[in-house]
Ligand binder design. Structure first.
Ligand SMILES: Cc1cc2nc3c(=O)[nH]c(=O)nc-3n(C[C@H](O)[C@H](O)[C@H](O)COP(=O)(O)OP(=O)(O)OC[C@H]3O[C@@H](n4cnc5c(N)ncnc54)[C@H](O)[C@@H]3O)c2cc1C
Length: 371
């Protein structure tokens, strides 16, 4: 008889899990109702190599928009812009760029569905109830299912995280604004680079991408305080890069204070945002989900069962996610510094910016973060 798992959540983590479990002989039930993926995300070299381990590289390439540099700039209150650092990533061994979130999920989903062992339920799980060594799960159509092995991929405020961590697992979220523009001048100005523009009330992250086969520019604005909004751009030249008609969507991101060390209880194993609260500042949450998937895939290929795989993950992999989450929180603090510390940050970035970016990103990008 085939092994069976239940996946709660059909986002990046859920479909990455569906893909690897179905490839390794599992019957998979996956529950989700309204995945709302929006915009693009950065794929760093570690994420790229993980992704190419999960999906045929030829299928990924048409969706991938590479970058060859990271520019860090400072915009003062009068909207004068100064370049602080120009970090070159133009190396043919490095794949760094962006991919539309919906495309990456579709690629994983197509890969999973190839195996004919997936059952998709268009419903939300409302309850998980432990019952004699197994779990009863109840969806919002009042259907009751039974599952011994559950992958909780329903993000930071999902039912799985509540089940594993308890009510203390409720996450405090931070506001992050996200937007897309199909404006050609913005795309031309954003082309081939990731630009980080630090301002007096938050920072922009701007990069080119491909949305629905069209060239686009992806915008993120991380306010230093939840009361702040993306500033209106008065500087004429800058307004070509950051047009004032961007429709900003308010999204939420995890904060480090919500970190926990429990990701497994009664056969419910948390992955993705449900498992690790990762602040967005090193753009690693999604990349680490892909690395996690490769880890799980390898463990299943080595013929470990679900519980053995979970134990291996907790011992060998989870620490890394926590280290990156902490690093991301530190980067966020540096980027949001104001006044004297902000001035010192700018001076340091002008003198040692390349060394700084390299010291943060290199260990993560080469998957050597434990060092
Ligand atoms: C716009 C944006 C840009 C980002 N940029 C980057 C980046 O540049 N680099 C990077 O590495 N990461 C980035 N991230 C983070 C990364 O995309 C996320 O970490 C990743 O998508 C999380 O995947 P997930 O599957 O854990 O959660 P989600 O994608 O949130 O999926 C969770 C799913 O669970 C479903 N669900 C919730 N509750 C239930 C329930 N009770 N029953 C059934 N289903 C349920 C939801 O409908 C949802 O579909 C970005 C995130 C966003 C939002």
């Amino acid at each position: 008889m085939k092994n069976k798992i239940t996946i709660i959540g059909g986002g990046l983590a859920g479909w990455a899990a569906a893909s690897i479990f179905s490839e390794n002989g599992y019957l998979v039930d996956i529950f989700d109702k309204k995945n709302q993926n929006f915009g693009s995300q950065q794929i760093s070299p570690n994420g790229w190599s993980a992704l190419t381990n999960l999906i045929d590289i030829k299928k990924i390439k048409p969706f991938f928009n590479p970058f060859n540099k990271i520019l860090i700039k400072y915009m003062d209150i009068n909207q004068r812009v100064e370049l602080l650092c120009n970090f070159n990533v133009d190396n043919e061994d490095i794949n760094y760029g962006s991919i539309e979130r919906e495309s990456i999920i579709k690629l994983l989903k197509d890969n999973a569905l190839k195996n004919n062992s997936i059952k998709i339920y268009n419903s939300y799980i409302k309850h998980i109830i432990p019952d004699n060594g197994t779990n009863k799960i109840i969806d919002d159509n009042e259907n009751i299912f039974e599952s011994k092995s559950i992958v909780g991929a329903d993000s930071i405020n999902g039912i799985s995280r509540k089940f594993v961590i308890g009510s203390g697992g409720k996450s405090k979220n931070k506001k992050v604004f996200r937007g897309i523009s199909f404006n050609n001048s913005s795309y031309q100005l954003a082309r081939n680079s990731l630009q980080l523009i630090i301002t007096f009330n938050g920072h922009f992250v701007i990069y080119p991408t491909i949305i629905n086969k069209k060239n686009a520019t992806n915008y993120i604005f991380v306010p230093t305080d939840d009361r702040f909004f993306p500033p209106i751009i008065h500087n004429k030249i800058l307004s070509y890069l950051i047009p004032n008609d961007i429709e900003w969507k308010m999204t939420f991101s995890a904060t480090i204070s919500e970190q926990n060390n429990v990701i497994h209880k009664n056969g419910v194993f948390l992955i993705g945002d449900a498992g690790t609260s990762m602040p967005p500042h090193t753009a690693q949450a999604g990349n680490q989900i892909l690395e996690d998937a490769v880890f799980i895939k390898k463990s299943l290929q080595e013929k470990n069962n679900f519980n053995q795989m979970v134990n291996m993950f907790i011992k060998q992999r989870y620490l890394k996610n926590n280290i990156i989450a902490k690093k991301s929180a530190v980067v966020g603090k540096i980027l949001s510094a104001q006044k004297l510390i902000g001035t010192l940050r700018n001076l340091s970035l002008k003198s040692y910016g390349n060394d700084f970016v390299e010291s943060i990103l290199n260990p993560i990008w080469t998957s050597n973060v434990n060092k």
